[in-house]
Every structure is written in structure tokens, then in C-alpha cells.
Design a protein around this ligand. Structure first.
Ligand SMILES: [Zn+2]
Length: 125
């Protein structure tokens, strides 16, 4: 089983393409905060917006992140840890003056890109 932070997953690429198509430029898979070992999928450094494209299963999406049927003792806590880490990441970013945007892999890509565009535009203003 590979780690859950593989690069260039399909939903991530789709979101990146849609955002890029709107003329927005960002950095990919970098740490928003120096010294804080968490990467974001799309990073808008100047306006301090970090976007995470979260997998439904690994990050426990309310629609598809159902409790694993097999190996609950192992995967249940692992997903729980991911969720806690996500919340912790958001908090650290917020404390540093960043805005954290979370996109589910099941989200409509164009809706996601619009949402990111509006957050970035608010952050620029
Ligand atoms: Zn989902």
C-alpha cells in the first residue's frame, strides 16, 4: 500500500488544469510554511492561499469516506489521524495568515476552480 500523499493524482491534475485555464498561476506540491513539513497541492504564495485536493477515502469525506469494512482497527485510526492532521494543518496555516482551501476529489472540477478563484481574488484584494 502506497502512502496517501502520492503526487499528481488524477483529481489533483484535473483541478490544476482547470485553475490554470482560468489564468491563475501557482506552485505545485510545495510547503506553504517554511519549517512546517506539510505540502499543499496548489500554492498561491503571494496571496497566501493553499489548496489541498483530498481523497475521499483517505481523508474521510462525508459522502464516500465510509468506515472501512475490512481491517477497521488499522484503517479507521489511520483515516482519523489524517483528518486530525488536516485540521492541524489548516490551523497552522491560519495562524500564519494563510487561507486553506480543501477540495474533495468528488467535487466538480469547474466548481472547485471557481471556488479557488474567488478565494484567491478575495485574498488579493
Ligand atoms: Zn467524496
Amino acid at each position: 500500500m502506497q502512502g496517501n500523499r502520492r503526487r499528481d493524482t488524477k483529481p489533483e491534475l484535473a483541478v490544476r488544469r482547470a485553475v490554470h485555464a482560468r489564468g491563475m498561476r501557482y506552485r505545485v506540491d510545495v510547503r506553504p510554511l517554511p519549517g512546517f513539513n506539510r505540502r499543499a497541492d496548489l500554492v498561491f504564495t503571494r496571496v497566501k492561499v493553499a489548496v489541498f485536493v483530498d481523497g475521499c477515502y483517505w481523508h474521510g469525506c462525508p459522502d464516500h469516506g465510509t468506515t472501512p469494512i475490512t481491517n477497521v482497527d488499522y484503517w479507521g485510526p489511520k483515516i482519523q489521524r489524517n483528518r486530525e492532521r488536516d485540521a492541524d494543518t489548516d490551523q497552522r496555516l491560519q495562524e500564519a495568515g494563510w487561507v486553506s482551501v480543501r477540495i474533495w476529489e468528488h467535487d466538480d472540477v469547474e466548481d472547485a476552480a471557481s471556488h479557488i478563484a474567488s478565494v484567491v481574488s478575495r485574498a488579493s484584494g
